[in-house]
Ligand binder design. Sequence first.
Ligand code: 8YV
Length: 318
Amino acid sequence: MATLFETDVNEGDATLTGEDILDGLAGKDVLVSTITDRIDAALIARLPKSVRLIAQFGNGVDNIDLEAAWAAGVTVTNTPSVLTEDTADMAMALMLALPRRLVEGTQMLLRDRAWAGWSPTSMLGHRLRGKALGIVGMGRIGTAVAQRARAFGLAIHYYSRNRRPPGVEEPLGATYWHDLDAMLEAVDIVSLHTPLTRDTQNILSAARLNRLKSSAYVVNVSRPELVDEPALIAGIETGRLAGAALDVFENKPGINPRLLALAEANKVVLTAHMASATMEARIEMGEVVIVNIRTFMDGHQPPHRILPETPLPRALRA
Ligand code: 8YV
């Protein structure tokens, strides 16, 4: 097989420092990054002059200081689309997991060996059909979730930066809400599908969580910073909220023990940032990274360049 690129590969070490990244970049033209690599202004200022492209292996680019990259003349690309369907599948799985007590049922059988057999009142959950789903962010992934949720009989509500132009029908008979606060009062489940930007950070603030019905629960396959996590935890602990199903949560220095306790009590379902983790998606993401790099190296605009009108990620945390 012909060698396409000469690479210096970091094999899955999620704790790369800026120095590690810079060390690996000597003599290179492209930095291929993932969400765990913090590419802040200080690091960008120290990039070798040869590095003109940051090719993110992922959809979200909130780990990259886009303004600093652009100011330094560095192009940034990502891999949208190829992880849309798998991420939407996981949102659906999480949406079902809490009301249908999937994790609890498995734990009772396998971990606790406590199943006494079927009875009419054993493991009763709640039906999804007929409930109202509020989607925050009706982009590619939000729309793919809406399609699935519609098939499950949920009524679709959404709040989004981009409303369809006047006269264009809402997809899937969805109800658009200009006012997120009002939508939260109306729905039974809220699912987050917006990128993390300066505008969306803490979009599910403590005050907004308070607007949800006490029977409502939160699904998050996007970014932890979209939610006031301490307020979410306190809300579930006090019964103010029914629960949460989270693929993403604060994990520095570790997962909040109160969140783990809620998962033990089956009020919360936790998965390990794996919404896009299919073999197929990872292969396709790699292919898109290669297309972005080759196009750029051939002197053309890469197909998935992050454009300057893109809402900026929130300021990277110190
Ligand atoms: C990826 C994600 O696995 O693409 C994203 O934005 O959150 C994940 O599903 C990760 O970003 C890889 O860099």
